[in-house]
Design a protein around this ligand. Structure first.
Ligand SMILES: [Zn+2]
Ligand SMILES: [Zn+2]
Length: 396
C-alpha cells in the first residue's frame, strides 16, 4: 500500500477511535427513544444537529420526507464521484431497536465525520443520507423515486447481525392479500345454499403448500389466514389470507407470483367462490451486493485484523429496501456480529447485544472499514470503474 494511503487509513481509524464516546452516546440515545417507520423525529434531529455541529451542510426534511436527511461534507464538485453513506434509525414496533438500526446511525455519523476530517475535499464528495422506515415502510424506495440517488456513484452502510459477512444476498419480496367471497348460510339447516369461502382458502393454502415442493431453492412462500369467519354455524362468506412471496431473483419472483395467483384462482373455481388478489405493502427488490466494493471492504478489514466471514448462506436472509437501491446504484451492505451466533435480529437477545460494550466495539471496527472503503472509492479510480462495470454487468 502506498504511504499516503496508509497514512490516510491510519488517520481515519484514529478519528473513529476518538469519536467512540460520541458514537456510543448517539447509539444509546436512539436505542432509548425507539421510533418506528416515518416517525423517527428524535433520531433524525439528533443526527442532523450533530452533523451540523461538525460543519456539514444538512438538508432535512429531505425530498418531502420529514425524517429523511442529506448531509454533505463539503460543496459538491460535479466532476468528482459522490459516495453515499446510509444511516437507518427506525425501530421495530413493540420490541424497539432489536435490529440495531441505532448502531447503523452511529456508524454513519462516525464514518462521515472521520472522512470529513481526513479526506481532502477536492478528492471527492461524501454525502450521508438518512433513510427512514426500513422496517416495512420502504423509505429508500420513496427516496429512489424522488431522485435521492440519481447523482450517487456508490452507496454503503453496515448492519449489525448475528454473523460477520461482507457479501450477502437478500430476497425480493411481494406481499399478497387474498379475499375469497362465497355465500353465507346456516351450516346445519341449509348447507346446500352456502358457498364456503373458508374451503376456498384452505384449498388455496394447500395448493400453495404443494406448489412449494416444485419451486426453486432460492424461493420462499409463507402465509397466514387473517380472517376465517365468524361462527361455526355460519358458512363463511368471506375469508382473508396474507402471503409473503420471496425470491433471490427478480425474474423468477415474477414467475413465482403468477403460479401462486393460479393456486388462488383454482381454489376459487373449485368452490364456486370469487377471489380478489391484491398486492399490498412494499415490494422489495432482491439485493445484489457490489463484489468490487466487497473486496475493498475485505482488504480494509484485513488491515484491521478482522476475519470477514465470507458469503452468507441463502437460508439466513430476509428482505430490505436496500435491495431496491442495489438495483439502481452499486451498493454494499456488510453485516457484523454484535453477540452470539444464536442471537438473531429482531429477537430479545439481539436487542440486548446491541447495547453491549462488545457490540459497540464491533460497530467501531466496522465503521473504520466503511470509512476506509469510501476513501478507496474516491481515490482509487480503477476500483470505482470496476465497481461501475460490475454493476452494469450484473444488474439490468
Ligand atoms: Zn430488521
Ligand atoms: Zn435492519
Amino acid at each position: 500500500m502506498k504511504k499516503d494511503l496508509k497514512n490516510a487509513k491510519t488517520k481515519l481509524a484514529k478519528e473513529i477511535d476518538n469519536l467512540s464516546d460520541e458514537m456510543r452516546e448517539i447509539a444509546n440515545s436512539i436505542f432509548d427513544n425507539p421510533e418506528t417507520c416515518y416517525t423517527e423525529n428524535f433520531a433524525a434531529s439528533l443526527l442532523t444537529s450533530k452533523l451540523k455541529e461538525r460543519g456539514f451542510a444538512v438538508e432535512s426534511p429531505y425530498l418531502g420526507l420529514s425524517t429523511a436527511f442529506i448531509a454533505k461534507n463539503a460543496k459538491i464538485i460535479k466532476s468528482k464521484p459522490i459516495i453515499a453513506i446510509l444511516a437507518e434509525y427506525d425501530a421495530l414496533p413493540g420490541i424497539g431497536h432489536a435490529c440495531g438500526h441505532n448502531l447503523i446511525a452511529a456508524s454513519a455519523f462516525g464514518a462521515a465525520v472521520a472522512l470529513k476530517n481526513v479526506l481532502h475535499p477536492e478528492l471527492g464528495n461524501v454525502v450521508t443520507i438518512g433513510t427512514p422506515a426500513e422496517e416495512g415502510g420502504g423509505g429508500k424506495i420513496k427516496m429512489i423515486r424522488r431522485g435521492a440517488f440519481s447523482d450517487i456513484d456508490a452507496a454503503i452502510m453496515i448492519h449489525p447481525s448475528n454473523k460477520t459477512r461482507i457479501i450477502s444476498r437478500m430476497y425480493a419480496i411481494t406481499e399478497l392479500k387474498f379475499t375469497f367471497i362465497g355465500k353465507a348460510a346456516h351450516a346445519a339447516a341449509f348447507p346446500e345454499q352456502g358457498i364456503n369461502a373458508l374451503d376456498a382458502g384452505v384449498l388455496c393454502y394447500n395448493s400453495i403448500s404443494s406448489l412449494r415442493q416444485q419451486i426453486r431453492g432460492n424461493s420462499r412462500v409463507h402465509g397466514i389466514f387473517t380472517y376465517g369467519g365468524d361462527a361455526p354455524n355460519i358458512i363463511p362468506d368471506r375469508i382473508e389470507m396474507h402471503y409473503f412471496v420471496r425470491d433471490l431473483d427478480k425474474k423468477h419472483s415474477e414467475e413465482l407470483l403468477k403460479r401462486i395467483k393460479q393456486c388462488a384462482k383454482g381454489a376459487a373455481k373449485a368452490t364456486g367462490c370469487k377471489v380478489k388478489i391484491k398486492t399490498c405493502g412494499n415490494s422489495y427488490d432482491p439485493f445484489y451486493p457490489s463484489y468490487p466494493m466487497g473486496e475493498a471492504f475485505a482488504d480494509n478489514l484485513a488491515i484491521l485484523g478482522i476475519a470477514d466471514g465470507g458469503f452468507s448462506e441463502t437460508t439466513e436472509i430476509g428482505s430490505s429496501d436496500i435491495g431496491n437501491l442495489s438495483q439502481v446504484v452499486p451498493t454494499l451492505h456488510p453485516e457484523y456480529a454484535v453477540g452470539d451466533k444464536e442471537d438473531i435480529n429482531h429477537s430479545r437477545n439481539f436487542l440486548a447485544a446491541v447495547k453491549t460494550q462488545s457490540g459497540h466495539k464491533a460497530m467501531l471496527e466496522m465503521t473504520k472499514a466503511m470509512a476506509m472503503t469510501v476513501y478507496d472509492l474516491l481515490t482509487n479510480h480503477a476500483l470505482l470503474k470496476r465497481t461501475k462495470d460490475n454493476f452494469n454487468q450484473s444488474t439490468h
